[in-house]
Design a protein around this ligand. Structure first.
Ligand code: AMP
Ligand code: MG
Length: 478
């Protein structure tokens, strides 16, 4: 199928107009295609070979609408850094409609009713980051929004310095957020709250349509999905950075990529968002914040569901989180059956990684070929003695494994990525793209989508982050 043969529907617009605002996009000057994601194109039923750059530019720049498209911005609220903000909404995202279960959304295509002081724009830097990172998360098996394509432009956008405007076409099965529910709860619109819950069930939890206690069952699933999503983040050293409730998806996928980072060397208190001076959204706080956010969500649902029922489901969060995290981490160590002491073995490993300033991605990748020879692993640590002791324990533990060494290696190489997109890599792609060279953006897209493959040409990106490029301080204005 060709791009403009896609036909959209706009079910969200069947809700009361208080839920959204219909809006037109404001095009960028001299748009040009930076990258198109063939995988996402195929998911929409498009033939990637037949995509034309001109048509993609027209679609992303909003100068040509797909059949059935009726652009709108969604209204929501949210707790930002612990404080309730009564009205946020899509200030720079404009929804186009739905096709094949994917809600298409342009980010950076101009002001909406909800823009407040903002200009409705997104800069090339942050758009490249979102575009690549959502694909990288998907490549690692982590629930996330996706992206079809990215355009740059000559439009000047004022941030800490002048930058150029860009637009990403993002897609998700739903863009409803915890904060969407909070908006209707805090404005005392309980009828609309119920409509939103019904809408979300029809859109994303269809197996619950007409079910007894459908609302609490929906909440229970959201608790589980959120806990498991955050367990995934922890297992790969991902720090989201802005876990405000307006950035928490009601279907438990990772959304709204801002100052995120994959850690360079493992640091439990790592904070990627340098405006987060208290470390509210630090790496090791993420699981707790997930719970806190789900508590706010439960509060917003309280007119629909008795408090005790919500609380009972919320209390399962810790178990869901720990069970998933243990499953993921056991797999990273190549352990095929659970063992009572695994929790302690893993906790010790994380302490050893932190003390030895170990970069976890190359560490787990190297461990995936471990056959008793320790030098390649010890070379990754500044505290090799501690690692050596831990490896003694690991050796003992491996004795109880049932699979062969080869089987373990093979499984671990499919579990422990060779490549994650660290900030320094994204920054290299951004620096080149700002000079209109988009080849590294496209190379990183390829690495993002096949992170377990060898890609010998990009070997350097699989090594520990060079010292001078660690913990890049990134601007949060995006
Ligand atoms: P974020 O933390 O980036 O997800 O954004 C929080 C809120 O601010 C959302 O309601 C966004 O739509 C809004 N926002 C962020 N940047 C802009 C901008 N440049 N123009 C308009 N609204 C914005
Ligand atoms: Mg947001």
């Amino acid at each position: 199928m060709k791009l403009f043969d896609l036909s959209l529907s706009t079910p969200y617009l069947s809700l009361d107009p208080i839920f959204y605002h219909e809006v037109s996009t404001t095009p960028l000057r001299n748009p040009r295609l930076v990258s198109v994601n063939a995988e996402a194109a195929k998911m929409l039923g498009l033939d990637p070979e037949k995509l034309s750059a001109r048509e993609l530019e027209e679609l992303l720049n909003g100068t040509r609408l797909l059949p059935g498209s009726r652009p709108y911005a969604m209204c929501y609220a949210g707790h930002q850094f612990g404080y309730y903000v009564p009205r946020l909404g899509d200030g720079r995202a404009i929804n186009l409609g739905v096709v094949g279960g994917w809600n298409l959304q342009l980010k950076g295509s101009g002001q909406t009713l909800y823009s407040r002081q903002g200009d409705g724009r997104a800069v090339l830097r942050s758009s490249i980051r979102e575009y690549l990172m959502s694909e990288a998360m998907h490549g690692l098996g982590i629930p996330t929004s996706r992206a079809l394509a990215l355009i740059g432009s000559d439009e000047k956008v004022a941030r800490e310095k002048w930058e150029k405007g860009a637009i990403v076409l993002r897609m998700a099965p739903s863009w409803i957020r915890f904060g969407s529910f909070e908006y209707f709860f805090h404005t005392n619109r309980h009828r609309e709250l119920e409509s939103l819950a019904d809408f979300l069930i029809a859109e994303s939890f269809p197996h619950l349509i007409g079910a007894e206690d459908a609302y609490i069952k929906m909440y229970a699933e959201i608790v589980k999905r959120t806990a498991e999503m955050i367990a995934h983040w922890q297992s790969v050293g991902f720090n989201h950075g802005v876990m405000n409730t307006d950035n928490m998806s009601a279907i438990g996928i990772t959304i709204d990529y801002g100052p995120f980072a994959f850690m360079d060397t493992f640091e439990s208190g790592y904070i990627c968002n340098h405006t987060d001076t208290q470390g509210r959204y630090s790496y090791d706080n993420q699981p707790r914040i997930g719970y806190w956010n789900l508590e706010r969500f439960a509060h917003a649902l309280s007119p629909l569901i008795p408090h005790e029922k919500l609380q009972r489901e919320l209390e399962r969060y810790g178990t869901y989180f720990t069970t998933k995290l243990m499953e993921l981490l056991r797999a990273k160590l190549g352990l095929d059956t659970p063992h009572d002491n695994d929790g302690d073995l893993l906790r010790t490993l994380f302490t050893v990684m932190e003390n030895g300033r170990i970069d976890m991605t190359p560490f787990f990748r190297t461990l995936s070929r471990y056959d008793g020879k320790r030098e390649p692993l010890l070379a990754l640590s500044l505290a090799p003695n501690q690692l050596n002791e831990w490896l003694d324990r690991y050796d003992e533990r491996l004795v109880t494994n049932t699979s062969s060494i080869d089987e373990r290696h093979e499984r671990m190489l499919r579990t422990n990525p060779k490549y994650v997109l660290k900030n320094y890599m994204l920054q290299e792609a951004i620096d080149q793209a700002e000079n209109d060279n988009f080849s590294l953006v496209n190379d990183l897209l390829m690495l993002a989508q096949s992170p377990y493959d060898e890609h010998m040409l990009f070997e350097r990106y699989s090594l520990p982050t060079p010292l001078n490029l660690k913990n890049l301080k990134l601007s949060c204005s995006s």
